[in-house]
Ligand binder design. Structure first.
Ligand SMILES: C[S@@+](CC[C@H](N)C(=O)[O-])C[C@H]1O[C@@H](n2cnc3c(N)ncnc32)[C@H](O)[C@@H]1O
Ligand code: SF4
Length: 396
């Protein structure tokens, strides 16, 4: 697989001002890697590179591999009750005002973020503050809002699309492929009409045993939609043993009962032929589709098999997330681990974010992970944030 860093000049060429904002956030994350992993008595607020706004837990799809609404998804049976807890617009705006001077990249997600009723005024507020705003969506609702998305100058939209029509719809629900394509066309039409460069448009694909043989078809079919980037995410997976070890670990070290990791114990990694997948990924990366194709994580050929078949073998380590990132949940709870909101640092309804991120619970988490083997917990082995920002282990 090509190293993703080789794409940086291409991305910069598309839009220098926007790329500069994005890379200043990413630079801080890079810096967190090289800096000493300080815990107590240090102002971590100043080091923020990326902040996740999880606007809602509600979703209009039921994707099979999803940790929230998939077969083992944690939201499946709690959605109605949890969806009453979303934060009012004013709370999110106040939070955005607090973090804005640090200039982190803002990444909105959910559930499905378009189901948050005030997504537009909130996004406008964030863009007006001069922050890089990226929205991750299932794309089924963007067609009707394309005019406003472009007018409000969102920086980028990452739309989840997992395969060409039939396979995608098997994973994400009937009709979802065509809705996403209609959304791409509408955004492109609006960009042309409004003579706008924004938003950058990307696809995010999660690899499972259902879609991996179809990736080349998806990449080929998407080339006409004027994309800026396509990220192929090798997927978050775990197994019974890792879940049990992590449960014990979190109980003993952080006095926390967890249930989110089990949601990724789906088995959709099983049977993926690593050699075939590697060949497919190398081929699509070596062809020119007019936009970069990135993989997360990049792996050496023989290790693609390890990624899926040997879940207990680490491919990345020394997670830097607690030193430069945070996720705010739909109810205001703050976490480091976006996909595993079990350990709560505090709540933005009760405390300033700065106090939360510099508080004792945050520092205990930092200290514990830093002292753990490989600078990560047993449950971090295939975590998406760690795959993006962890250290590459030699040989992988
Ligand atoms: C949970 S979704 C929330 C945003 C929105 N609903 C969407 O689907 O894009 C965030 C991202 O996680 C991805 N995702 C879902 N299940 C996953 C898994 N098992 N491993 C890695 N990523 C996954 C989705 O495809 C999406 O790109
Ligand atoms: S659209 Fe996103 S949040 Fe909804 S089920 Fe699919 S992956 Fe999960």
């Amino acid at each position: 697989m090509k190293q993703n860093i080789s794409m940086v000049p291409m991305i910069f060429k598309r839009n220098i001002a926007l790329s500069a904002k994005l890379f200043s956030g990413l630079f801080r994350i890079g810096l967190a890697r090289c800096s000493p992993k300080r815990n107590y008595g240090f102002n971590h607020f100043k080091k923020l590179g990326l902040v996740y706004f999880k606007l809602t837990g509600a979703c209009n799809l039921r994707c099979v591999m999803c940790g929230q609404y998939g077969e083992k998804g944690v939201m499946k049976d709690r959605a109605a009750e949890e969806n009453k807890k979303v934060l009012p617009l004013e709370t999110w705006k106040k939070f955005a005002d607090e973090i804005a001077p640090q200039k982190p990249v803002v990444y909105m997600w959910g559930g499905e973020p378009f189901l948050y009723p005030d997504i537009f005024p909130l996004c406008k507020h964030i863009v007006d503050k001069g922050l890089f705003l990226s929205v991750n969506t299932n794309g089924t609702l963007i067609e009707r809002h394309a005019e406003q998305i472009v007018r409000d100058k969102w920086s980028s939209i990452f739309v989840s699309l997992d395969a060409f029509r039939d396979v995608n719809d098997e994973m994400r629900g009937k009709g979802s492929y065509d809705k996403v394509i209609a959304g791409f066309k509408a955004i492109n039409r609006e960009k042309e009409k409004q003579k706008a460069k924004y938003p950058l448009l990307g696809i995010v694909t999660v690899v499972t045993n259902k879609n991996y043989m179809d990736l080349a078809n998806l990449v080929e079919a998407s080339k006409e939609y004027k994309l800026d980037m396509h990220i192929i995410n090798l997927g978050t997976y775990t197994n019974d043993n890792i879940v049990a070890t992590q449960k014990r670990f979190m109980r003993e070290k952080l006095n926390t009962e967890i249930d989110c990791l089990e949601a990724y114990n789906t088995g959709y990694n099983l049977g993926i032929d690593g050699e075939k997948l590697h060949r497919i990924l190398s081929e699509v990366q070596n062809k020119n589709y007019g936009h970069p194709i990135l993989t997360v994580p990049t792996l050496n050929p023989q290790k693609t098999h390890t990624y899926y078949a040997e879940l207990e073998t680490p491919v990345r380590n020394h997670c830097v997330v607690p030193w430069c990132q945070a996720n705010v949940n739909y109810n205001g709870d703050v976490h480091f681990c976006a996909d595993y909101p079990d350990y709560i640092l505090g709540n933005i309804k009760d405390q300033s974010f700065k106090d939360i991120i510099n508080g004792d619970r945050a520092n205990l988490f930092r200290k514990t992970i830093n002292e753990s083997e490989g600078g990560m917990f047993p449950g971090c082995l295939r975590c998406y944030q760690n795959m993006l920002f962890g250290n590459k282990i030699k040989g992988f």
